[in-house]
Design a protein around this ligand. Structure first.
Ligand SMILES: C[S@@+](CC[C@H](N)C(=O)[O-])C[C@H]1O[C@@H](n2cnc3c(N)ncnc32)[C@H](O)[C@@H]1O
Length: 249
């Protein structure tokens, strides 16, 4: 009798495993099918990857070998990053996600504003960038920034926990913009803010490559499938717009 029960259990378990495997394969195929309709593929331009989302070609990722550009001494004068972090109205103790943090140039300034009770998750997909960020934080004796290695479609952040997520000169590089924003929304607290900082495509005098700029309209369009409500666009920076949304569901 015991043997019969054991045999039935083994058969049942194996059937359950097969059902769960079939479900996983089905979900994976479904995701692949949706990705193929969500994105379009075509001739790539010199700065792009030949993958298009809502009419916009996605740009190449800025490689870690160019990291010095993020720390250039003239950056404050060109971009007024100090005005940017001020405009975010951060509070002591806030939990911030700096997505595509690079060397941590922005994360460092935010870390000072939110104080030791707050935390900045500095996410990047390049392990070399995460290392540069971590080394820089040590050098500046900043202890409230945590480097996180993200995936191309998921920043690996804790869910419902972030007060504000910011992407400075990053979003146009996401190879999976829809999946990234979907995942970032899950990591925000309800009412938490998501900030896009992109070079203004509308302004031909901004000396940045075409695919590294985005119009406000395009950002609004690409945010529209997500549980986000536009809050405001701030125009105080010399080259970029600060476009702020909040999570509504
Ligand atoms: C132009 S740099 C900007 C760095 C930083 N935000 C700054 O302004 O100093 C863009 C960064 O985004 C990162 N990146 C690109 N796609 C990403 C993704 N899916 N998730 C996280 N980081 C990403 C790149 O590796 C690169 O370090």
């Amino acid at each position: 009798m015991k043997q019969l029960i054991a045999l039935i259990s083994v058969v049942l378990l194996s059937m359950l495993n097969q059902v769960s495997l079939a479900r996983k394969i089905n979900d994976h195929n479904q995701e692949k099918k949706t990705e193929n309709t969500r994105y379009h593929f075509g001739q790539s331009s010199p700065d792009g990857i030949g993958k298009f989302y809502m009419g916009r070609e996605i740009s190449h990722v800025m490689g870690h070998l160019a990291a010095g550009w993020l720390e250039r001494p003239e950056r404050e004068q060109e971009e007024r990053v100090s005005l940017l972090v001020e405009a975010l109205n951060l509070k002591a103790g806030d939990k911030i996600a700096d997505i595509g943090a690079g060397t941590g140039y922005i994360a460092r300034q935010i870390a000072v504003l939110i104080g030791s009770k707050g935390i900045v998750y500095g996410v990047d997909v390049q392990p070399e960038m995460v290392k540069l960020l971590t080394d820089n934080m040590k050098q500046y004796h900043i202890t409230n920034v945590k480097g996180i290695l993200g995936k191309i479609d998921d920043p690996n952040l804790p869910i419902n926990s972030i007060d504000l997520a910011i992407m400075v000169d990053v979003y146009h590089e996401f190879s999976h913009p829809y999946e990234m924003i979907r995942s970032i929304c899950k990591s925000l607290k309800p009412g938490g803010r998501l900030v896009f900082v992109e070079y203004r495509l509308e302004d031909p005098s901004v000396p940045i490559k075409r695919l590294h700029k985005m119009s406000e309209l395009q950002v609004l369009k690409e945010a529209s499938p997500h549980p986000l409500e536009w809050v405001e666009t701030i125009h105080t920076l010399p080259r970029q717009h600060i476009i702020i949304f909040k999570r509504v569901r």
